[in-house]
Design a protein around this ligand. Structure first.
Ligand SMILES: Nc1ncnc2c1ncn2[C@@H]1O[C@H](COP(=O)(O)OP(=O)(O)OP(=O)(O)O)[C@@H](O)[C@H]1O
Length: 296
């Protein structure tokens, strides 16, 4: 099988067609302004701005699972934070269903690598806090029902009254996923959600995400460093170049039927070609980053 990909161009996507995409990035850039520390001022060194992202255009259709992969430090979190509304683009726009967004909103649920749970709240309180914040009008009985259904969905029944310090990393991230989904977002944003977990737990949670995605079919944007994880979960894989001025090099289509199973995924036609294309891209970009560091 040939690797099917969308060669990146700013005119790609469905701009100009009738359908409004669920998520659209238009010419999004990010420049971090340089700070001048005391030493810089003493030696008269000017501050230098850092252009993290070149203009990025991306169109994501509803109910697709998109992974973003790229060399370390290229700007993946920067991009996700801009989509989340946690950070503003320097230029360009983020549109959800055609409407520009500037701040976080209930249409986007976020799962963080470090879980970001309230340590003094139990599992169910953490989830309920998100639900009542986003849906304050929801009757208490319904809130409880929603919380319980998401506790069940992520396999935490029996652990509802536990506090985060009583949970393993994998269980904490299950709470993070339940909390993000319980607000019923249109788009789930996940920034390396399994990055802090051991390999076995990571595998379990990847399988859970695949199962949950089958039942929920949310639009998902996942940042990952793992080629296998991206191939297991994604419909499309966005491969970013190194920074500064990171851009989208290529978007790969992952055609494997669902539900997917990690044990047999490498028998799918095209698996090895896709994996090789990703490995080649990542090693080329990572090598270039390392060479540029040596030259500095
Ligand atoms: N607040 C900031 N101020 C200045 N530079 C920043 C800031 N945040 C990030 N950067 C720089 O922007 C670049 C992109 O960072 P970002 O964290 O988005 O990359 P990443 O691809 O998510 O990294 P990783 O793969 O290591 O998680 C990096 O060079 C980083 O040092």
């Amino acid at each position: 099988m040939m690797v099917t990909s969308t060669a990146y161009s700013s005119s790609s996507g469905s701009v100009g067609s009738e359908r409004i995409p669920q998520l659209q990035l238009r010419q999004v850039t990010k420049i971090y302004s340089g700070r001048r520390g005391l030493m810089d001022r003493i030696i008269g060194r000017a501050s230098v701005d850092y252009a993290a992202l070149s203009p990025i255009d991306l169109v994501v259709e509803a109910n697709t699972f998109v992974s973003i992969i790229g060399p370390s430090g290229c700007g993946k979190s920067t991009l996700l934070n801009i989509i989340a509304g946690l950070s503003q683009p320097s230029t360009g726009q983020v549109l959800i269903n055609g409407e520009e967004v500037h701040s976080p909103g209930p249409d986007r649920g976020i799962v963080f690598q470090n879980y970001a749970l309230m340590p003094w709240m139990t599992v169910e309180e953490n989830i309920r806090f998100a639900v009542e914040t986003v849906h304050p009008q929801m009757p208490l009985a319904q809130q409880k029902q929603v919380v319980q259904s998401f506790v069940d969905l992520v396999g935490l029944r029996g652990a509802e009254k536990k506090h985060p310090h009583e949970l393993s990393g994998g269980m904490k991230q299950r709470v993070g996923i339940a909390r993000a989904l319980a607000i019923d977002p249109q788009i789930l944003l996940m920034d390396e959600p399994f990055g802090a977990l051991d390999a076995l737990t990571r595998g379990f949670l990847q399988d859970e995400i695949e199962r949950i995605w089958e039942s929920q079919r949310k639009t998902v944007i996942l940042i990952t460093h793992s080629i296998e994880e991206a191939l297991l979960l994604s419909d499309r894989i966005v491969m970013m170049t190194r920074g500064p001025g990171a851009r989208i090099a290529q978007i790969l289509d992952v055609p494997f039927a669902r539900p997917r199973h990690r044990d047999s995924l490498d028998q799918q036609p095209g698996y090895h070609e896709l994996k090789a294309a990703m490995e080649q891209h990542l090693s080329q970009e990572t090598r270039a980053v390392e060479e540029s560091r040596i030259r500095v």
